[in-house]
Design a protein around this ligand. Structure first.
Ligand code: ASP
Length: 439
């Protein structure tokens, strides 16, 4: 059994957190490879080290003094080192960083030092080998990940390493120039390392006990999803429910490695398993609910639309020409509705309406704004009768007016359009009927 364990910034924000993390790692022999983030927030209005580094480097780049800011970053690390009672000095590393900042080594180099330094501390604390990600995660000249080179560099290195710490978030181009992933990118490193070492599980340790059935800002203490498939995750993530960097999915998904989201502060909780497929049923028929506000709909009416060949294509070509992607397109016999992101649409509204009139000669075009879309997602819906019925009766009881319904052909989700003002009430009603009341 081999596990890759990745820890988020808040799991490594202080010596106390480092202690919890080392207990977790050392509790299982299988936890052989560790991917740390940079120290995150210790309390709610604290600043993440990555943000401190960006700020500090901005000063260096503007040729302003940055010593004070760099000292503050150093103090964060020294606090951890002292708290762990480690015989380790990062003085030399900070000398190098200062010199590189003065030489304007680049924003990516600057940001990457957060993970790099945390990796050094983590390796020293655990007695694991430190592997600089600049040597094993390779980016192409155009800044995208070089998957092939990364895979061969990483797997060769890991094969020769019994237990190692590989800092998250960055790698380097062939010339050694450091490059980072986008924010939250340590998840991607975790995924690449899991793939390269053929891990049985990719444990992603964070500060929540898994992926929740609904947004905790709307539902107090929501239930945690036990097992979710990659497809379900994608549907929910698209609607804004995220626990992972989107690019972290592909490397492990291709290899059939499950991701287990775990909580550093509650290590006994089982967390959520993200898997390719499962015969395990969801606890509540539905797997999760997520949604977003801020959509607009363009309702187009034209007599005999149903027999006018090419009508739909012409409507969509107007959106394409204006580089607006559409979310959904429910239609009737003589009506067609296109749902789009309101802020994007507003900027090009008149051009789009003009285009529709010119190309499609509709009888009537009506706009509706301030709409929210809610996705009720669940692999179990396919085989369960009455799911839609339950959703809509719950919404009716909550006095929510449903403006649009769209069930994907996969029967993996039902999308519901409501007004922005009804958004929270709608989610609460759906959650209640399936989870709290389990009716
Ligand atoms: N430290 C980086 C960030 O704040 C990367 C990560 O934590 O995943 O985005």
């Amino acid at each position: 059994m081999k596990k890759l364990v990745k820890f988020c910034g808040s799991s490594l924000a202080s010596a106390e957190q480092f202690n919890k993390v080392s207990k977790i790692i050392l509790a299982e022999e299988a936890r052989r490879y560790v991917v740390p983030s940079a120290p995150g927030k210790r309390f709610s209005n604290d600043i993440k080290v990555t943000d401190m580094l960006y700020e500090c480097y901005a000063l260096a780049e503007a040729q302003k003094p940055f010593d004070k800011e760099l000292d503050r970053i150093k103090a964060r690390y020294n606090e951890i080192i002292q708290g762990l009672e480690l015989e380790l000095s990062l003085d030399g590393e900070f000398e190098t960083i200062k010199a590189e900042f003065s030489k304007k080594a680049g924003t990516d180099y600057a940001a990457s030092r957060g993970e790099y330094l945390n990796g050094i501390i983590m390796a020293a604390y655990l007695g694991y080998e430190f592997i600089d990600s600049a040597e094993v995660i390779r980016f192409k000249e155009d800044g995208t990940l070089d998957e092939g080179a990364t895979q061969s560099l990483l797997s060769a290195r890991l094969e020769a390493t019994e237990k190692g710490v590989i800092p998250g978030f960055y790698g380097a181009k062939a010339d050694g120039c450091v490059k980072t992933f986008s924010r939250g990118g340590s998840d991607v490193t975790g995924s690449l390392v899991a793939k390269a070492c053929h891990a049985d599980v990719y444990e992603n340790w964070t500060d929540v006990s898994g992926f929740m059935v609904a947004d905790p800002r709307i539902i107090e203490n929501p239930a945690v999803i036990d097992t979710i498939t990659y497809r379900e995750l994608r549907e929910l993530a698209y609607m804004g429910a995220t626990v992972l960097h989107e690019d972290a999915i592909f490397p492990v998904r291709k290899e059939g490695i499950p991701i287990n989201i775990r909580n550093t502060n509650a290590p006994d909780d089982r967390g959520t398993y993200i898997v390719e497929s499962t015969c395990k049923k969801s606890d509540f028929i539905i797997t999760g609910i997520a949604g977003k506000k801020g959509f607009a709909s363009i309702n187009i009416e034209k007599d005999m639309m149903n027999s006018e060949i090419g009508f739909g294509r012409r409507v969509l070509s107007v959106f394409e020409e204006n580089e607006i992607s559409f979310e959904h397109m429910p239609s009737g016999i003589d009506t067609l509705t296109v749902l789009v992101h309101q802020p994007e649409f507003e900027k090009k509204e008149q051009k789009i309406l003009g285009g529709i009139h010119r190309l499609c000669q509709p009888d009537h075009v009506e706009l509706e704004t301030d709409l929210a879309l809610i996705a009720v997602v669940g692999r179990g819906m396919r085989s369960t009768r009455g799911t839609a019925g339950r959703i809509f009766s719950a919404l009716a009881h909550a006095r929510v007016n449903v403006k649009m319904i769209d069930q994907g052909s996969s029967e993996l989700n039902i999308i519901i359009g409501v007004s922005n003002d009804d958004f929270e009430a709608a989610i609460q009603a759906i959650y209640h009927i399936f989870v709290t009341a389990r009716i």
